[in-house]
Design a protein around this ligand. Structure first.
Ligand SMILES: Nc1nc2c(ncn2[C@@H]2O[C@H](COP(=O)(O)OP(=O)(O)O)[C@@H](O)[C@H]2O)c(=O)[nH]1
Ligand SMILES: [Mg+2]
Length: 224
């Protein structure tokens, strides 16, 4: 990289993998989102940044694997996004990330970018908290297994409030918040937001991006 230039970061992957959401979640405003790598009739975007974030939407298809095989492992991080949709618990996403790492040879991070983006810019309101507490002691996982179960009108008299909660935090966020409140009903909005932020997995990725960015911007002098 030429002296005096900031490292370039590109966020890439297929259409709807979550590139835009991830950029927001990481507040990487200077990172460039490439056009989708699977856009019909278009050549693959040129992936020549100092650091590449390759976003997978919960799985790697053949096109992803073919393209990843051409990318340099020392300049590429794989983001296994939509981890909330992988299996039934976080460990399923972590196992898949580990399998991808050993198959493809890239550092791979499971994340729920949509939740990370919300915890970065949003707040848990009193209304959110009240709705969560009203349903805190209901049997779960069944309640948060699907959108329809959580918003069923025969569950209680507050379907609009439950819908509003889902619109703001999605099933995964609601499920994490309910689990946390069951363990400690006294948790306040700030602590709960912090728990949701941790549950998005974004911090480990953020940390690694920062580490690599610093190493590129300020490389160690060669050993004499
Ligand atoms: N379930 C789930 N959906 C997500 C996640 N991240 C993004 N999405 C959704 O995936 C869709 C595509 O996201 P977007 O960031 O626009 O993808 P892009 O085309 O790669 O820029 C949107 O509906 C997002 O809300 C995630 O972590 N979990
Ligand atoms: Mg986009």
């Amino acid at each position: 990289m030429p002296v005096g230039r900031s490292p370039r970061i590109q966020v890439t992957g297929r259409a709807r993998a979550g590139k835009t959401t991830l950029r927001h979640a990481l507040s990487l405003l200077t990172a460039e989102e490439t056009r989708p790598v699977d856009q019909r009739g278009q050549p693959c975007p040129v992936l020549d940044a100092d650091l590449l974030l390759y976003v997978l939407p919960g799985t790697a298809d053949r096109a992803d694997r073919r393209l990843l095989a051409t990318l340099p492992p020392n300049r590429t991080l794989v983001v296994l996004n939509k981890a909330d949709a992988i299996g039934t618990r976080w460990s399923d996403a972590a196992t898949m990330a580990e399998n991808l790492r050993s198959d493809l040879g890239f550092a791979t991070f499971p994340v729920v970018a949509v939740l990370a983006a919300r915890t970065r810019s949003g707040l848990l309101t009193d209304t959110d908290l009240h709705t969560l507490h009203r349903h805190r002691d209901r049997a779960d996982p069944p309640l948060t297994l699907s959108h329809d179960l959580f918003t069923a009108s025969n569950l209680a008299s507050d379907p609009e409030a439950r819908q509003a909660l889902l619109d703001r935090w999605d099933l995964y966020g609601v499920s994490c918040a309910l689990t946390a409140l069951r363990h400690d009903p006294a948790l306040g909005a700030r602590a709960l937001l912090q728990i949701l932020h941790c549950a998005s997995g974004i911090d480990r990725l953020h940390h690694e991006i920062h580490r690599r960015y610093t190493a590129i911007a300020d490389p160690a002098p060669p050993k004499s």
